[in-house]
Design a protein around this ligand. Sequence first.
Ligand SMILES: *Cc1c(COP(=O)(O)O)cnc(C)c1O
Length: 404
Amino acid sequence: MSFKPANNIQDLQYFGEFGGVNPSVSDSSTYTFLSAKTMFDTFEGNADGCYLYSRHSSPSNLYLGEALAAMENTEAAHVTSSGMAAITSVLLQLCQAEDHIISSRTIYGGTYAFLKNFLPRFKISTNFVDITNLAAVEAAITNNTKVIFCETVSNPLLEVADIKKLSILAKKHKLTLVVDNTFSPLSISPKVLGADIVIHSLTKFINGSSDTVGGVICGTHKFINALRDVNTGATMLLGPTMDSLRASSILKNLRTLHIRMQQHSKNALNLAKKFENLGLKTVYPGLKSHPSHQLFKSMMNESYGFGGMLTINVGSLDKANQLMELMQHKNLGYLAVSLGFYKTLFSAPGTSTSSEIPLDEQKAMGLSDGLIRFSIGLDADIERTFKMMFDCMLELHILKPSIV
Ligand SMILES: *Cc1c(COP(=O)(O)O)cnc(C)c1O
């Protein structure tokens, strides 16, 4: 794979009003016109380069969108106020009453709840399938199916979707393949592999500083323009607009994403190997034992690694909670949801980010009580981190002293 997403971002140049090295921030909600005719044309979508109102678009949001489109190799992108705003706008744009969606069953809890509890109000139904089972995906297709939805690397079980094969299936049945790539920015480029629309929660790795929520929709000019249509566009009419000041701050953080992803991945692979060697049940796509290790390798862009997310199973929720509290006490990370921060974050998904999923369904998808999800941080000294985590596990009898 020769796609180089970080180069694409780096090659874009934006200057500020006075030759600043960063683009000026457009701190305005509305824009003046020299002539009434231009205002009318802008409403009609015929005045390129003119701004009307910031819910439609704004210069700062367009800079960030352009950089993210370059990263995902799509024609265009639209930034939104959150990842959920991106997901819900896309699905409401693509589907209408009586339509049907096929979704991976291991997805972000909020997305699951939206598909399962909210969309049925509009008579849009969803089948949840094991996305790694292509025969099951194809068998679920009906005459009303419009969308296949999945995460490249799923939350929290870290299952890997075969984007190429899913896209062949989608094309064969004239469906839109929508991929949430939040867990694997730079590492995997779903559009290059055949996805139609790529979504990110910018809240996570891309912004990387846990100071805001944000989202992006990457797709064709046609689709992005449809979202912004003043009469029928989901982002225009639902209004999940990112603020210009925030767009400018996320763009600056995007500049270091490639370095951060390399460090997240390096640290996560190091810890995953050591945890597995200790006999802990460890899931990380970079481990040979991961069922989709070869698939991930075949899809990945060189040099960004297998990402910063890993899970271990310590047997019970009780043990998981004790371990997380002790690790936080020793300043090894924070007991917090979310991901992509400089500090390691850990949570028990069954009782937090996936708690929207009923217990019996959690069991069916292999989401067990003792699971801890780690977003591995940018630690400068991962050997020290490992030693300290190891000591915590000994203290709580998660590991037996005999293996020392
Ligand atoms: C966090 C997350 C979302 C939701 O994004 P928000 O920015 O919190 O709205 C969607 N998908 C995945 C995979 C996530 O991790």
